[in-house]
Write a protein that binds this ligand. Structure first.
Ligand SMILES: O=C(O)C(=O)C[C@@H](O)[C@H](O)[C@H](O)COP(=O)(O)O
Length: 380
């Protein structure tokens, strides 16, 4: 096995720049990769019950003064209660600002840990070791950290960059297919929002990515991280173009809120259904040709992603969906901002969405697809 990682992608943010290291066999060399980015030997590893069981004995922390804290699996861990538990563990471990907190897990662990890093003694060092596909291509990169509150998803958080991201392809070998597909939705997002050539590559290679082919996954992670790094470097705090990364998320977050952040609907599943809705709405508004939507739907069918029909039970209450969208962080002056599409590979930020038009679209979805509000979400 070569000592060199397969790929390295730089997120260029001046004195807060960092590398995303992508490759195999990285966890077993974690201390080597991390040490140049540490100012002290003291680290706290935050993980969840599943990832902790799998990797606690496999991650190499030789030479480091490491303590661990484990949070429950699931979106409910992005909460004030779990934030307090992580902060307590940092105090108990005697941490100072120059010490480092490490997120070992998926997007939930990464978002929670990053937020803890941003508020602990007004900001301590932070490393991301994402172990899900979704976290490797999206949430571990770019510095959006957050917890959820009853009012909605990610509504309390901070922009706070890590100093290193270690994306080990080997960590994906234990991922269930459902989690791989949820991560694949965020990969597909990069093709849809600005890279038709990548979408064409995914049409050929998507099944291999979902099938667990490590080289195909590493390539998809690399391209995804390059796109995200470029967008984040140009607009770190989402004043403009970074909002494109939210394609599918305005609808998706509303679906997640309706599902009650239960394990019934994963974030990536909400995003894939949300992206189909964004294209469908763009077609309905006459902004996008229906053949683009057809091509998206054909690819979603081929890769068995969750689409509008699969979330039918959540579409029955259009007013509730609209009021979740009212909480979206992209909104301005009370008007909803959406990411819409002109074609595959060309998304754009639509401010001041006409409320009545959006409301009518959600009502149309309720009539066309809306199932029993209490029904099960289908993943067939
Ligand atoms: O990094 C970004 O910017 C994104 O929007 C990426 C999203 O895929 C990611 O899920 C993000 O955490 C959502 O952010 P939010 O601002 O919509 O809460």
């Amino acid at each position: 096995m070569s000592k060199k990682p397969q790929h390295s992608v730089r997120v260029d943010l001046g004195d807060r720049s960092y590398d995303i290291i992508i490759g195999q066999n990285l966890l077993s060399r974690a201390a080597d990769f991390m040490t140049p980015h540490l100012a002290s030997k003291k680290v706290l590893i935050v993980t969840d019950e599943t990832v902790g069981t799998l990797y606690r004995d496999k991650i190499n922390l030789n030479g480091l003064d490491a303590a661990w804290v484990t949070v429950p699996v699931g979106e409910a861990s992005k909460s004030f209660a779990q934030l307090q538990i992580v902060l307590d563990a940092m105090f108990t471990h005697g941490m100072e600002r120059n010490d480092t907190i490490v997120a070992l897990g998926g997007g939930i662990v990464g978002d929670l840990t990053g937020f803890a890093a941003s508020v602990f003694k007004r900001g301590c060092r932070f490393i991301q070791i994402p172990t899900t596909l979704l976290a490797q291509v999206d949430s571990a990169v770019g510095g959006k950290t957050a917890i959820n509150v009853p009012q909605g998803k990610n509504l309390v958080g901070a922009f706070y960059q890590p100093t290193l991201v270690l994306a080990d392809m080997d960590a994906l070998s234990t991922l269930p297919l459902r989690a791989l597909k949820a991560g694949y939705a965020e990969i597909l997002k990069y093709g849809l929002l600005g890279d038709a050539a990548f979408f064409a590559w995914l049409k050929d290679n998507g099944p291999a990515v979902i099938g667990g082919d490590k080289d195909a996954i590493a390539q998809a992670v690399k391209v995804s991280c390059e796109t995200k790094a470029r967008i984040v470097a140009g607009d770190e705090r989402e004043r403009g173009q970074r909002a494109l990364l939210n394609l599918g998320h305005t609808f998706g977050h509303a679906l997640e809120a309706e599902a009650g952040y239960s394990g019934d609907l994963l974030h990536g599943e909400a995003v894939s259904a949300g992206m189909e809705m964004a294209f469908d709405f763009s077609v309905a508004l006459g902004l996008c040709h229906s053949r683009e939507l057809d091509a998206l739907r054909a690819h979603m069918k081929k890769t068995q992603l969750v689409g509008i029909k699969d979330v039918a039970p959540l579409l029955g209450k259009p007013d509730a969906l609209l009021s979740h969208m009212d909480q979206d962080k992209k909104n301005e002056n009370g008007a909803i901002t959406l990411i819409l599409a002109r074609r595959i590979g060309e998304a754009f930020v639509q401010k001041n969405t006409i409320r009545e038009t959006l409301s009518n679209y959600l009502k149309y979805l309720a009539v066309e697809y809306g199932g029993e509000p209490q029904g099960r979400i289908s993943r067939s």
